[in-house]
Unconditional design. Structure first.
Length: 181
């Protein structure tokens, strides 16, 4: 399941203070750094945060410290990036973060209905995580796919279009099965 970070990543979220860049993460960050001149390492900050989030499940204070140290930026500058963009999880989330667009064009085509459906099915509100740690529900701004409303995003990567009740139930079943693997 490409849109989900590993179960271990979710488990690791509780141990945020122990996070250190893995060799695999360093290798991926090095590849990003290679795209920019040596004196512009900070240009790789967004990719670096995304790489760590994939690995760790969220951008913890320790992730910010690690990224800052590795690419040579002030931690506060890295934190500003992490808190500005909503694709970064600045607190622990479930294995699958479900983002639902509720901006007006989507609302006019059942976006709100899709959000309410998910809240009822999962028994949680926006910004909450199911007790089993599988799902976190988020409200998103326009994803630039208004014609496909209602629109959702799974773990910032997988776009889901025309999410009526039937498709939402199928998605939840698929992700629940993936969570057990
Ligand atoms: S308003 Fe939902 S994708 Fe644009």
């Amino acid at each position: 399941m490409s849109a989900g970070h590993s179960p271990q990543a979710f488990a690791n979220a509780a141990q945020a203070k122990t996070y250190r860049l893995s060799d695999a993460a360093k290798k991926r960050i090095d590849k990003e750094l290679g795209k920019y001149p040596a004196d512009q390492r900070q240009s790789a900050v967004m990719a670096s945060l995304a790489i760590c989030q994939d690995e760790h499940g969220w951008v913890s204070p320790c992730v910010i410290e690690e990224v800052a140290s590795y690419i040579g930026m002030a931690p506060i500058a890295v934190q500003e990036v992490a808190t500005f963009y909503n694709m970064y999880n600045t607190s622990p989330v479930g294995r699958f973060k479900l983002g639902v667009c509720t901006n007006l064009p989507c609302q006019l085509r059942d976006g709100k209905k899709a959000a309410e459906f998910l809240k009822t099915r999962l028994g949680i509100d926006f910004n909450e995580t199911t007790p089993d740690g599988v799902f976190t529900l988020k409200e998103l701004e326009c994803l630039g796919a208004c014609g496909d409303a209602p629109v959702m995003l799974v773990n910032n990567k997988r776009m889901c279009s025309f999410m009526d009740a039937q498709k939402l139930d199928a998605l939840l079943a698929e992700l629940r099965a993936a969570a057990k693997e």
